[in-house]
Design a protein around this ligand. Structure first.
Ligand code: PEP
Length: 244
């Protein structure tokens, strides 16, 4: 399966910057050996989706509510994302789990809502530094995967060690490979054969300088890129390093 390189723009970008960034990504995306997704803030998602329509670049949201509609001030439903032009949504990012106290069962409910609207869910999991130092990383990630996925899940997992996000630090190659193997084993156990071909992205300080190495590791099905996705040249360089 082609690798997926997804850019998480987080809470960055007004309309003009976002359209400029999207145009620059589109310009370089045509000949890439991977699938490319950008996840802008909700306020500019429709405009970015319009800018990339008909190109090799897809657009995703960064979160959605588990409910279809109702009294949830400030929240956005999966149907709203879809209506604005999204084809995917990041769910359970560690910043959501930390800033908004999202639990894995809540993430699972969001996955169900996203799938019901035809969005590809990208479910994030990852241990904190304290959990890794205590040797608990595999137990933590295993529980997150198990509890965040509904039966029959057919989306994407992103392994993002919390301590590697935005810090410039990455796990060793052996640690990434070990965790991806662990996640694959959990997917098989949880989903049966359906878990064999799901893409497991790596995320956490992916840069042009380390992308080729990380993307070549066993069971790495692409990357979820934060900071480096805000510079088109860096994001495209990471995508160009994808294995085809
Ligand atoms: C992220 O937040 O999903 C992420 C991977 O961030 P960064 O690439 O900046 O570490």
């Amino acid at each position: 399966m082609r690798q997926l390189i997804a850019g998480n723009w987080k809470m960055n970008g007004l309309l003009a910057d976002s359209l400029e960034l999207a145009s620059a990504v589109v310009k370089g995306a045509a000949a890439l050996p991977c699938d490319v997704l950008v996840c802008p803030p909700a306020t500019v998602l429709r405009a970015v989706a319009g800018k990339v329509a008909g190109t090799a670049v897809a657009v995703g949201g960064q979160d959605c509510h588990a409910k279809e509609k109702g009294a949830h001030t400030g929240d956005i439903s999966a149907a709203m994302l879809k209506d604005a032009g999204a084809s995917a949504v990041i769910l359970g990012h560690s910043e959501r789990r930390t800033d908004h106290g999202e639990s894995s069962p809540e993430v699972r409910a969001k996955v169900v809502a996203a799938v019901a609207c035809g969005l590809l869910p990208i479910v994030c999991v990852g241990e904190t530094e304290a959990e890794r130092l205590a040797g608990r990383q595999e137990d933590v990630v295993r529980a997150q995967v198990w509890d965040s996925l509904p039966d029959g899940f057919a989306g994407v997992i992103a392994y993002e060690p919390v301590w590697a996000i935005g810090t410039g630090r990455t796990p060793t190659e052996a640690d990434v490979a070990a965790m991806h193997a662990c996640i694959r084993a959990v997917l098989l156990e949880r989903l049966g054969e359906g878990g064999r071909r799901l893409r497991i992205l790596y995320g956490g300080s992916v840069k042009p300088a380390n992308a080729r190495t990380l993307l070549a590791l066993p069971e790495v099905g692409g990357a979820l890129v934060g900071g480096a996705s805000l510079a088109a040249a860096d994001f495209l360089a990471i995508a160009a390093a994808a294995a085809d």
